[in-house]
Design a protein around this ligand. Structure first.
Ligand SMILES: [Zn+2]
Length: 642
């Protein structure tokens, strides 16, 4: 039974630039958290998407001589394509240019406007075009925007303002009475200290004279909505607010994942918007730090943006996911260098886990031909050989840490157990036990405990390294058919690997990385999508309607007046057909004779250039032309292809 619900979101990513390491981290962190919640018996929903309106998108599109929509489509696609590359399993991908989203933004704006919390006023202020927002004098550093290092311009215009100040006391109280609202605690304190100063009302419109790429205000056609007021609403529009099933089911269990630079919109604007619109406040905010690349904050201008596709390509996907979760203390900044990732892979993955796995299973092969021998419980007790309590400790530590998104501690709990198992081998020396028949029951007990330990490890690493988890479980003959993970409850009881199970020989889990072989600027493998686009899905029944047969070409000639078509006689066993094929540019009549091909035998007769065609032969098309399909062995004509 699944009573517990969990809704996780990443921020919707702004399409002003291609995805980088920071985006990959947030998406993977939310994916790991979601997979963990599933193991913990929750029904989950995981949302990500793209934020597509505003000045910056217009500017970026102009640079590429395209329209904002075309530009947004292109970059949004890159974000969508990245998800399967990172093995991130979102339930939905929202775009702020979606019509459904736009409707919800309009309805939330109308609601707040009708309640009197939006007013029209003229305003003169310091505006940073890079940030698309007005700045207070006190927020500037040496008179310059802290993010862009340029002096903001003085702009005077009439706009719509949202009465945030009215809700300041309410928000302070909400944060204080819900200690879990913002995690980790340092960000809660940061927000509370910011809220000690009076809160300015938020300018939520941009005049169309300056910007048209946005959602028109439902109460004034001359203005579009400020991009944050539009973007934040994605979290409810994607769930089908106000009365969608998903909204009813998941909204109250919402936790947003954000990086620390967008804590104000998420921790201040958003709860106040919800409050003003009479919508339940989300459950909480998980705030993470930045990845520093070679010691400085990642940014496009510094030119140190790390391409996540390249990293997974060079080091492996699970290795990358492991590194991100292990290296960053959630909430603090972390350093990304290729040296640290290589050292994590070689020591934590290849040495600690990979070696453990292959050592244990190789010994089990050497001594027992792969068969799992049961533990002798008496010997186990006498010699204190059980690993059950260490496993329990790992499971509990993992569960506690992961529930708070303390991923590095969750990983730490697993690796503590791995280290215990490695020491257990050194202490009990199975190779010495194997030398004397008297000690065989002890050896059996030792190896059983180690194999059980591997079972527990294979289950616990699932959220972080799903592929490796599955690989280990296939080797241990315990992969589930119906599901790709074991719940925490299922993992817990010790002694699940059955006596008599024959375990396959281990594969290498993590090859060691030889740094000399990595070229730092090797070209990156691009994500490929189908071109032309993949056709609509069909059922097996649809496919079964096509009658494909083996055929042999017995005669071929050119068709006059056509430089494309060949007239073929095809032996189909039961009959001979005439087929007109558009392959004259790629194949001469002479080379066609005797070829074995695939024929669509139940295609409706057609007439081409005055000649009857009774079927079609299959060929692959590529840039330079066509290549006939065929067989790798000689086969008689007329056989069915399925
Ligand atoms: Zn700025």
């Amino acid at each position: 039974m699944k009573n517990k619900k969990q809704f996780f979101t990443t921020p919707i990513y702004y399409v002003n630039a291609k995805p980088h390491l920071g985006h990959a981290y947030t998406s993977i962190a939310a994916d790991v958290a979601t997979r963990f919640k599933q193991m913990d018996g929750n029904e989950t929903f995981f949302l990500t998407g793209t934020d597509e309106h505003g000045d910056k998108i217009v500017q970026a599109a102009e640079k590429q001589k395209t329209t904002p929509k075309e530009y947004a489509d292109k970059i949004s696609q890159l974000f969508q394509d990245l998800l399967p590359v990172l093995n991130v399993k979102n339930n939905y991908f929202v775009r702020t240019t979606d019509l459904d989203h736009i409707k919800v933004v309009e309805s939330v704006l109308s609601k707040i406007y009708d309640s009197g919390d939006i007013y029209f006023s003229s305003y003169e202020g310091l505006y940073c075009f890079g940030c698309e927002r007005f700045y207070q004098e006190r927020e500037l550093v040496d008179g310059k925007c802290p993010d862009h290092g340029v002096a903001p311009e003085v702009i005077k215009e009439s706009n719509y303002f949202f009465k945030m100040s009215k809700y300041q006391e309410w928000l302070i109280d909400h944060i204080k009475t819900n200690p879990d609202f913002i995690r980790p605690a340092q960000y809660k304190n940061e927000l509370l200290s910011f809220l000690k100063e009076p809160l300015e009302d938020l300018c939520i419109s941009r005049p169309k004279s300056r910007l048209t790429w946005g959602i028109t205000l439902p109460f004034d056609d001359d203005y579009v909505t400020y991009v944050w007021f539009d973007a934040l609403v994605n979290y409810i529009s994607a769930l089908g607010y106000p009365d969608g099933d998903l909204f009813n089911k998941f909204w109250s269990s919402t936790r947003h994942f954000v990086a620390k630079d967008i804590i104000k919109p998420h921790g201040i604007y958003w709860p106040i918007m919800l409050k003003a619109a009479g919508i339940e406040i989300y459950n909480g905010l998980n705030v993470h730090g930045f990845w520093n690349v070679k010691g400085s904050k990642m940014s496009k201008s510094v030119g140190n943006v790390t391409d996540p596709i390249r990293v997974t390509d060079v080091y492996g996907l699970d290795q990358f996911r492991y590194f991100l979760m292990r290296e960053m203390v959630f909430g603090l900044d972390a350093n990304f260098t290729e040296e640290t990732i290589v050292s994590r892979i070689n020591s934590d993955l290849a040495n600690d886990l990979g070696n453990l796995f292959s050592r244990i299973l190789s010994m089990n092969h050497r001594y027992f031909a792969g068969e799992v021998k049961g533990p002798d419980t008496k010997i186990e007790k006498e010699k204190n050989l059980s690993l059950a309590s260490d496993a329990k400790k790992a499971i509990d530590g993992f569960k506690q840490a992961m529930a708070l998104c303390e991923f590095h501690k969750g990983v730490g709990a697993i690796w503590q157990f791995i280290s215990t198992m490695n020491k257990y081998i050194d202490k009990n020396e199975p190779w010495a036990l194997a030398k004397d028949d008297v000690n065989i029951p002890i050896l059996e007990t030792v190896l059983y405990n180690l194999i059980e330990g591997l079972r527990v490890v294979s289950c616990l690493i699932y959220p972080i390294m799903p592929q490796t988890s599955l690989k280990m479980q296939c080797t241990l003959c315990m992969a589930k058919e119906e599901n790709e993970f074991y719940t925490l409850k299922e993992i817990d009881s010790w002694g699940q690997i059955q006596k008599g199970t024959v375990i396959a020989k281990p594969d290498i889990l993590f090859p060691r990385i030889d740094t000399d072989k990595i070229k730092p600027n090797e070209p990156v493998k691009q994500i490929k999508s189908f071109k032309p686009a993949l056709k609509e899905e069909i059922s097996i029944d649809d496919f079964a309607k096509i009658d494909l047969r083996t055929g042999t070409i017995i005669k071929a000639e050119k068709i006059e007046k056509s430089n494309k078509l060949l007239k073929l006689k095809v032996d189909l066993g039961a009959e001979t057909r005439q087929v007109i094929a558009g392959i004259a540019k790629d194949y001469s009549p002479k080379e066609m004779i005797g070829k074995q091909v695939i024929v669509v035998a139940n295609l409706k007769e057609a007439t081409l250039m005055g000649e009857i065609s009774q079927g079609m032969i299959l060929a692959a098309s590529h840039k330079k032309g066509l290549v006939l399909s065929g067989f790798d062995k000689k086969i008689a004509p007329g056989n069915l292809i399925k």
